[in-house]
Write a protein that binds this ligand. Structure first.
Ligand code: SR1
Ligand code: MG
Length: 417
C-alpha cells in the first residue's frame, strides 16, 4: 500500500496486521480507541488503546504541519527518527521510548506510550518541578554524544553513521535557516510579538550578532562530531517526578557536541524569563526561577561529569587514542580540558541563537506564547533577546554556568534599555 496519511478511523486496519501491535493490543481492532493528539509542528501522533495496553503511533506527513502543504518535507525523516531512537536506546538505555515497530513505507513508528509522563514544556509553563530532570538529561547528553562520536565508535562505523544521517539534509536545512539565519533578517515566515519591533530592528542591525550567528551556523554544518538529536527543546522531553524520556529525534544528524546541550539550555533560559509572565503576583515564581537555574547548572555538571568519566573509561575511538597517552595520563587530561572548553563555548552560542529564533523566527515556544498580557510578554522577550545576544557574541568569555545564571538574574531584575 502506497503511503497514506492515516486517520483515527483508518489506522486500526493497518495496525491489525502488525504482530508487534496485536501482541500488545490484542486481535480486535474494532475495540481499540484511537485519538490523534499531535500538537507539534510536523507530524501526526495517535494514541491507540485497547483494554490490554496503550501505544503511541507517530506518522510523518509529507509537508510541514505548522505551515501546510506549501512546504513539502520528505517522509524519510521517520527513518532517521527510528535510527536515532534505536541508537539512543543502546547508548543510554531506558532514556528513550521503546520502539515496537517501524513501517518505512508509511513513515510510521509504533512505540511505548509514556504514562503518566507530561511534555516538559507544558509542565514548566505550569510551574511544576521535576527533581530527576537535570541529572537524567546531563547523563543522556554525555552518553548519546560521546558514544555516537569518534571518541568511542570504531572509525568505519562512525563513518557509516555519518553517511547514513547525512541523508537527513532536509531537516538540517530547516535548522540551518530557522535557527541561524532567518531571525537576523526579515525572512518571509518570521513573526514576533507586535510592539517588539524596536528590539527586533536593533538585533538585526547588530553586526557582531550576525557574525556570531554565522560562525555558529558554520560550526553546525561543518563539525560532524557526533550524532545529535537535533531538536532537543523542552517539547522533546517527557517527564514525571522520577523519570525522563527523550522523544522526537527526527532532526538527527552528525553535528557539534554542543548543539543539543545549547538548544536545551537555551530553552531552560527562555522558560526562566517567561516566568514573570505567568506569576500571579510579582515574585510568586521566584522559587521556580531558582529551580530552573539550578537545572541549568546541574544539567551541565552531570553532562560534564559523565563525559569526563566516559573519556577516562571508554575512549576506544580514533580520537585522542589511548595508545598515544598510555605513558602520559596528564596529556589525556589536558586534551580533555581542551575538548570540554570547545564544547562549552559552542553550547553557549547555540543556546543564544536558539533563544532568538524562538522569539523572532517561525517556530515559537509556548512558554512565551502563553503569556496572556502582551506587555509582560514583550518584557520577557526583551530579556531573553538580551541574554541570547550576550551568550552568542561573548561565548568565549563565560567560564561557568554560575556566570551565565548570574547574568540571567541580572537581566531579569535590571532595567531594560
Ligand atoms: C518548520 S519546523 C519548525 C520547528 O519545529 C521543529 O520542532 C523544529 O524545532 C523546527 O525548527
Ligand atoms: Mg519535534
Amino acid at each position: 500500500m502506497a503511503y497514506t496519511p492515516f486517520t483515527a478511523q483508518t489506522l486500526p486496519a493497518r495496525l491489525a496486521g502488525v504482530a508487534a501491535v496485536t501482541d500488545r493490543l490484542g486481535h480486535d481492532p474494532a475495540g481499540w480507541q484511537v485519538r490523534e493528539v499531535g500538537d507539534g509542528n510536523l507530524n501526526l501522533v495517535f494514541i491507540v488503546a485497547s483494554p490490554l495496553e496503550t501505544l503511541v503511533v507517530k506518522q510523518a506527513l509529507p509537508y510541514v504541519r505548522l505551515v501546510g502543504e506549501s512546504w513539502p518535507l520528505p517522509l524519510n525523516r521517520s527513518f532517521f527518527e527510528y535510527n536515532a531512537l534505536t541508537r539512543h536506546a543502546r547508548r543510554d538505555p531506558g532514556r528513550v521510548p521503546e520502539v515496537y515497530h517501524f513501517d518505512e513505507e508509511q513513515a510510521l513508528v509504533v512505540m511505548r506510550y509514556l504514562h503518566p509522563h507530561v511534555i516538559l514544556r507544558k509542565s514548566i509553563v505550569s510551574g511544576v518541578v521535576h527533581p530527576a530532570l537535570a541529572g537524567h538529561m546531563g547523563v543522556f547528553l554525555a552518553r548519546s554524544l560521546f558514544r555516537g562520536s569518534n571518541l568511542s565508535m570504531p572509525a568505519d562505523q562512525a563513518k557509516a553513521d555519518m553517511a547514513l544521517f547525512a541523508g537527513n539534509g532536509a531537516l538540517a536545512d530547516i535548522t540551518e535557516n530557522l535557527v541561524f539565519s532567518d531571525p537576523y533578517f526579515e525572512a518571509k515566515l518570521n513573526r514576533h510579538t507586535p510592539g517588539l519591533e524596536p528590539w527586533v530592528a536593533r538585533l538585526r542591525a547588530d553586526r557582531d550578532m550576525k557574525v556570531a550567528a554565522q560562525e555558529l551556523k558554520h560550526a553546525f554544518v561543518s563539525k560532524a562530531e557526533t550524532l545529535v538529536h537535533g531538536d532537543l527543546h523542552s517539547g522533546s522531553i517527557m517527564a514525571t517526578d522520577t523519570d525522563t524520556q527523550v522523544i522526537d529525534p527526527e532532526f538527527a544528524i552528525y553535528g557539534p557536541f554542543g548543539f543539543d546541550i545549547g538548544m536545551l539550555l537555551g530553552n531552560f533560559l527562555l522558560a526562566y524569563f517567561a516566568q514573570s509572565g505567568h506569576e500571579e503576583t510579582p515574585g510568586a515564581r521566584d522559587g521556580y526561577r531558582r529551580w530552573l537555574l539550578a537545572v541549568i547548572v546541574e544539567t551541565w555538571d552531570s553532562f560534564s561529569a559523565e563525559f569526563r568519566h566516559l573519556w577516562r573509561t571508554e575512549r576506544t575511538g580514533i580520537l585522542y587514542q589511548h595508545s598515544l597517552f598510555d605513558a602520559d595520563p596528564l596529556g589525556a587530561e589536558q586534551a580533555l580540558q581542551s575538548v570540554m572548553a570547545g564544547i562549552w563555548r559552542d553550547t553557549l552560542g547555540f543556546a543564544g541563537v536558539e533563544m532568538h529564533r524562538r522569539i523572532l523566527g517561525l517556530a515559537h515556544v509556548e512558554d512565551l506564547e502563553a503569556i496572556p498580557d502582551p506587555a509582560r510578554r514583550i518584557i520577557a522577550e526583551r530579556r531573553a533577546l538580551a541574554l541570547g545576544r550576550q551568550l552568542a557574541v561573548m561565548r568565549g568569555t563565560f567560564k561557568t554556568t554560575a556566570q551565565v545564571c548570574a547574568l540571567a538574574e541580572h537581566i531579569e531584575i535590571g532595567d531594560l534599555s
